[in-house]
Design a binder for this molecule. Structure first.
Ligand code: PLP
Length: 419
């Protein structure tokens, strides 16, 4: 195995094909995919509608660039603009979530003529020079040489530390007071606040509903833009809402919204949505060589159509709720499980050592045992101690029950090992 490959497992796992919620490895073993690729397989593996759209477009023309009109791109942009909730919205396509956030930062800092931004503690926004500069965890953000000046706001993590004891209302009030205090200390203009409605890589932690609406009231007093990073939370994954920001809708929609991961069902589609006045502050913003490429746009359109026609948001709410319930039942009494939390089909299982500290070793063991038992899951969290469960949104009740049972057995094994 090449040393430079950073893999989840002790021994590499080579996947060869998938169907529905299952994938197969090179030895023919089948796995239930509880991580949906990496939240990229939003509907299902090898969804015939998407495969057909990709094959047909590939047979016509692979690439034209945004210099020319492609009907899939126009239609997808129109549908995403309408769904976004942002008035007078425009869409700019990219090839990844990182690039979408870069574009959003470029727009916000240009529009506001400031390189000061607010980001959340424990956040993850991608791998580029500016994206690591707004990522609030030093192990994911190894450089401090970012061109941005970033101030980190409370509100991301609340499972540990002084904020853990607070009620939702107290937590919200404390975070708002922190934000106000911070803004009182800042010199000059602040361009934007960027936040994931539910932190993804950070361990599927959600703030109380309404936190960002309360933030929004403060931000608006200063003209600061709100960028919602929906790379993991978009398209109905959180169940109750189509976008994560809608759990904080009281003060209206965000100014900018970024998306990627699931919309292409594995094809590289990302993008940013913004009001026309913000989008138009850059002249050359319509040029990206591969952003909006026809094959990816055809995939995105077919995938979005399927998602809406089959009410997969409703499925995420129903089956996600049942899955969380079954997981709680399957792990009841296990001291290694500190908390099972989440929204819809975005469920975090936080693991702990006997002394109450975060347990990355339990998470690593759980991944290995789950693999042996035919289940693929992810992990994350500030210390890498949280299992992340985010299956394709077509997950059935029977598959949810099967996965919960496997994971219950896996965590009992982990409990026996770590004591
Ligand atoms: N934003 C969020 C919330 C993410 O979770 C990720 C990736 O995990 C990114 C941005 C970066 O996306 P990409 O890996 O497509 O560049």
């Amino acid at each position: 195995m090449p040393e430079w490959l950073a893999l989840y497992y002790r021994e590499p796992l080579e996947l060869t094909h998938g169907e529905g919620r299952y994938v197969w490895d090179a030895e023919g073993r089948r796995y239930l995919d509880f991580f949906g690729g990496i939240l990229t397989t939003m509907t299902a593996h090898a969804l015939p509608e998407v495969t057909k759209a990709v094959a047909e477009q590939a047979g016509r023309i692979l690439h034209t660039s945004t210099l020319y009109l492609d009907r899939h791109m126009v239609e997808l942009a129109e549908r995403i603009a309408a769904l976004s909730g942002i008035p007078d919205a425009r869409v700019f396509f990219t090839t990844s979530g990182t690039e979408a956030n870069d574009a959003a930062l470029l727009l916000a800092t240009t529009f506001r003529r400031s390189n000061q931004v607010l980001a959340m503690r424990n956040s993850y926004h991608g791998r580029s020079f500016s994206a690591v500069g707004i990522t609030g965890n030093s192990s994911w953000s190894p450089t401090s040489l970012s061109p941005l000046q970033t101030l980190y706001v409370h509100g991301g993590v609340r499972t540990r530390g002084p904020y853990a004891q607070l009620s939702d209302a107290e937590f919200t009030a404390a975070c708002v007071a922190d934000l106000e205090d911070m803004l009182g200390q800042v010199h000059g203009t602040v361009a934007a606040l960027i936040a994931e409605p539910v932190q993804g890589v950070g361990g599927f932690t959600a703030p109380p509903d309404g936190l960002y609406a309360a933030f929004r009231d403060v931000l608006q007093q200063h003209g600061i833009l709100w960028i919602t990073d929906e790379v993991q939370t978009g398209w109905g994954r959180t169940g109750d809402h189509f976008w994560g920001w809608q759990a904080h809708a009281a003060s209206g929609p965000p100014d900018l919204l970024t998306f990627a991961k699931g919309i292409g069902n594995g094809m590289s589609v990302g993008g940013v949505v913004a009001r026309a006045e913000v989008m138009n502050c850059l002249d050359a913003n319509s040029i990206s060589t591969f952003g909006g490429s026809p094959v990816t746009m055809a995939a995105g359109l077919a995938n979005l159509t399927y998602l809406l026609e089959h009410d997969l948001q409703g499925n995420a709410r129903r089956v996600g709720g049942l899955l969380a319930e079954r997981l709680r039942a399957a792990t009841a009494g296990l001291a290694v499980v500190r908390e099972i939390r989440g929204r819809g089909l975005m469920i975090g299982v936080e693991l702990t050592e006997p002394d109450g500290t975060p347990s990355p070793r339990a998470a690593s063991l759980a991944l290995e045992h789950a693999r042996e038992a035919g289940l693929l899951i992810g992990k994350g969290g500030r210390e890498g101690h949280t299992l992340r469960i985010a299956p394709p949104l077509t997950l059935t009740v029977a598959e949810a029950e099967q996965g919960a049972e496997i994971l219950g057995g896996v965590l009992r094994r982990v409990q026996d090992t770590i004591g």
